[in-house]
Design a protein around this ligand. Sequence first.
Ligand code: FPP
Ligand code: MG
Length: 298
Amino acid sequence: MKMIAEHRNIGLSGRIEAALDAALLRGAVSPAPPTLVEALRHSVFPGGARVRPQLLLAVASACGDDMPGLSDAAAAAVELLHCASLVHDDMPCFDNASTRRGLPSTHAVYGEQIALLAGDALIVMAFDCLARAGLAAPARVCGLVSVVARGVGMPGGIVAGQAWESERSCSLDTYHAAKTGALFEAATMAGALAAGADPGPWRTVGARLGAAYQVADDLLDAVALPGEADKPTGQDVTHTRPSAVKAFDVDGAVAHLRLLVEEAAAAVPECRGAEQLRDLVRVQATRLVPRRLIHTAA
Ligand code: FPP
Ligand code: MG
């Protein structure tokens, strides 16, 4: 009981940062190679909006969050995987981006070899987080590992999403569902699983939110005001990638974003914190809209 109260006191963001820090510290113990230790920290801190772990913990709370240590570990695992994917995504073999979150990207600071290894280490660290926390909850951990693995791997996780960029053609829905939707889906389902609830009803919430997030990212890539994005923009055109803006134009993409957010809110199943969570989805979604389009999307 005391542990649950302490977890509530530090708030969702505090819980996420503490769980990430603990995971990185475990990987920094001697005889860890110091450059990789530094590169891992650079890849994870300071974070972005931490949308996926926030979502995971919000769902866990809505489902009772009776094992906060387990939901924290799941939140850290999902964020570590997201950070790993960004480290690899920025590398010269993919987007060749020299900045991330307003700072030099991992490969720009530490070189390609260390960046590749940093991504690898973060992936393994994520599953170690789940395994360690799962010792206290063996009945929940297999489901968690499986849901998180599906959000990342084949056939439909973020690795598959990235691989679609190397195919001659793909549908925008399939590409977006894998590239972004899959890890959002894993986040909502893992939040439910960590709290001992049925993950099934939470799948659509994650899928719709992930799709909305990707549409917003495509809009930002296309119409960000100077200084608004903390990463290079115009990338979808540069890399001839499918995008919501290319498919629907700017106004159509904004309308699509609004529809997806409403679908995500409507998909929240009845539970203790359902109304709060629906509001959170809508409020968070308004923050995704690029500044130039706020009036269009209101
Ligand atoms: C950002 O997309 C990238 C992703 C959403 C996923 C990248 C996935 C991989 C590189 C596969 C490897 C996965 C792991 C777990 C190591 P973007 O380039 O459209 O967005 P950006 O503008 O933020 O770069
Ligand atoms: Mg990129």
